[in-house]
Design a binder for this molecule. Sequence first.
Ligand code: ASP
Length: 312
Amino acid sequence: MENYGIVIHGGAGAIQKEKMTPGKEFSYNEALTNGIAIGNEILKNGGSALEAVEKTVVFLEDCPLFNAGRGSVFSHEGKHEMDAAIMCGKQLSAGAVTNITNIKNPIALAHKVQEDGQYVMLSGRGASEFAKSNKMRFMPDAYFYTEQRFAQVQKAIKSDMNPDLDHNLNVEAVNKFGTVGAVALDQKGNLAAATSTGGLTNKKYGRIGDSAIIGAGTYANNETCAISCTGYGEYFMRGVVAYDISCLIEYKNLSLEEACELVINKKQADLGGRGGLIAIDAKGNIALPYSTEGMYRAWQLKDQEKQIKIWS
Ligand code: ASP
């Protein structure tokens, strides 16, 4: 049986160990454990990397703990404006949706866009029309309401914290990260990446982050690697992070680990960006660098025990 593996994340940020209760830690560990099991099962049975990342991210979107799908943060206007993207490393085909509301599973919609193939990225109203014509599931606003996210946006509004305007701000303190993502290698040697997010708490003006931007927050290429990012999206977009890592492998022959380290801990750090990413290459090498206090993450490779981690 050929090599295969899956890596997932549930966001990077100021995850303070002292503030983590045993109950909360248990819930995150459980969600990551169940998430990784979904993808691993698909890969073990010979399923595609694309299916594995989609189904895993759907599960994480349905879990209110994460800032994606059901647990998405509130925008300044009190909405849940979600972004998601998926990419297939075999054909370099991709689908992305931005600024979408009331769609139960944004990653499933992004996958439909990828399968449809006419366009790569759909936004807002048009994406909703596409979702309706493809019979995607819509949910009322109440489905996306979580007390914790509501309290977060109230706090952000009260202190008028707007990371778009104040670059000196401790964005991690304001923006509760929790984006989700998955990258996988299947038994046929194909790579895929998927990322889904509610974006930044208190975001305004239809702000779109890196998650749905192919090459910034999400990228997959069988010749190099599959990447899903999480962190302060403005920096990840400016650094074209996911594609940069792929290019360092393709043009400079860096290993996956070297490329990821350089981009997260040097290039992003120099730019002022903080966050993390998950990566896998066609040989089944993985990398999970982050520059924040913690990153919810898990991985499982063929014949190996699954690993679940929050801190280093
Ligand atoms: N990167 C996401 C964004 O900027 C946020 C996150 O990863 O938590 O929209």
